[in-house]
Design a protein around this ligand. Structure first.
Ligand SMILES: [Zn+2]
Length: 342
């Protein structure tokens, strides 16, 4: 049993780990696990090749990855910049940026976990090209790539895809990490992220995958059950700075993690996957370590971890699942996807 607070060095906050609460009586609703078989092509899907989107624009008849500008952007270069003066105390700023959608594959019914490594490699190359192009634009200060997967996250379209937010400001999580990393370097003359990697490798209990150039682990300070970081061993600020070998190693580590997730409960495992890259606002961030974070919303099959009083009201995370135990569960899962294993 673990019942303690753990320091989250990248967010500079405490996380309470209460693994004994995971077996507490539950009388709430269960998430339906009814799986409807999806076709490889869906004529009504706005992401499938050749289909016309709500904007009236037709998708290319694409063969691997396909990128387009979001038809319903949260941020846009067209957002008004000449704002009315805010009334004294309150302040406002333009919501400018570029938002894009990346379809991983023409196949409507595959998930990232089920793609061949070569297809994931193509996707990584696409993320790298997009990041390189967008970070070079003077009006962009930050490039954030993320995938919301699963109906539980609010994604109704199963077609595998992610989004890119390239914004004129830095997203809060990255800003917090940047400040924590800078502060740690000033106080200890060490790289905070390298310390995390070294400590996870030395401890070893939470490591899910390790190869020559990459590593996947459930962090000591995980806020969510099965939360996993997938990281290159060398420090780079952006995905496009990774060598071909490093990119391949990271692809292999990510694919293994996602296959283990699906194998855990023999279901398509929902998650929020985010690429954490340095700001591109003109300043230098030599200690910033590009990495991937995955936050799953389920704590048991069909049971959602709700963000409630402590998290939403108290801004303090409670994790019902002990990171060492969830890591053990993931380590025990086979590396071959259950659908392939038959
Ligand atoms: Zn589709």
């Amino acid at each position: 049993m673990v019942w303690e607070r753990r320091w989250h060095p990248l967010r500079e906050e405490w996380v309470t780990v209460t693994s004994h609460r995971n077996s507490r009586p539950w009388s709430g609703s269960e998430i339906s696990q009814v799986v409807t078989e999806q076709p490889a092509f869906d004529p009504d899907c706005y992401l499938c090749p050749g289909n016309t989107r709500v904007s009236g624009i037709a998708n290319d008849s694409y063969k691997d990855v396909f990128v387009f500008d979001n038809d319903h952007p949260s941020f846009s270069l067209k957002a008004p910049t000449g704002l009315e003066a805010s009334p004294g105390f309150y302040s406002s700023a333009p919501a400018t940026g570029i938002t894009r959608v990346v379809c991983y594959t023409p196949a409507h019914n595959l998930s990232l976990a089920e793609l061949e490594e070569s297809a994931i490699q193509n996707l990584f190359d696409c993320w790298a090209r997009q990041t390189e192009e967008l970070t070079s634009r003077p009006e962009i200060d930050h490039v954030f790539v993320f995938e919301n997967k699963g109906e539980i996250i609010g994604v109704s379209n199963p077609h595998p895809h992610c989004q890119i937010y390239a914004t004129s400001f830095v997203l809060k999580a990255t800003e917090t990490e940047v400040n924590a990393i800078r502060k740690y370097h000033e106080e200890h003359e060490k790289s905070l992220f390298r310390e995390i990697i070294n400590n996870e490798l030395n401890d070893g209990r939470r490591v899910i995958v390790e190869n020559e150039d990459a590593l996947a682990f459930v962090p000591y300070f995980a806020r969510f059950p099965y939360e996993t970081y997938v990281v290159p061993k060398k420090t780079h600020q952006f995905i496009f700075e990774l060598s071909g070998t490093e990119r391949m190693a990271l692809v292999q580590a990510l694919k293994t993690v996602l296959v283990k997730f699906d194998n855990l409960w023999q279901m398509s495992f929902p998650y929020v996957l985010t690429l954490h890259q340095a700001p591109c606002d003109g300043a230098q961030y030599p200690q910033y370590h590009f990495h991937i974070q995955i936050h799953p919303p389920l704590r048991q099959p069909g049971l959602q971890k709700f963000l409630a009083g402590a998290e939403l009201g108290g801004d303090t995370y409670l994790n019902d699942a002990c990171p060492e135990e969830t890591a053990l569960e993931l380590q025990a899962q086979p590396d071959v996807h259950y659908k392939e294993a038959g």
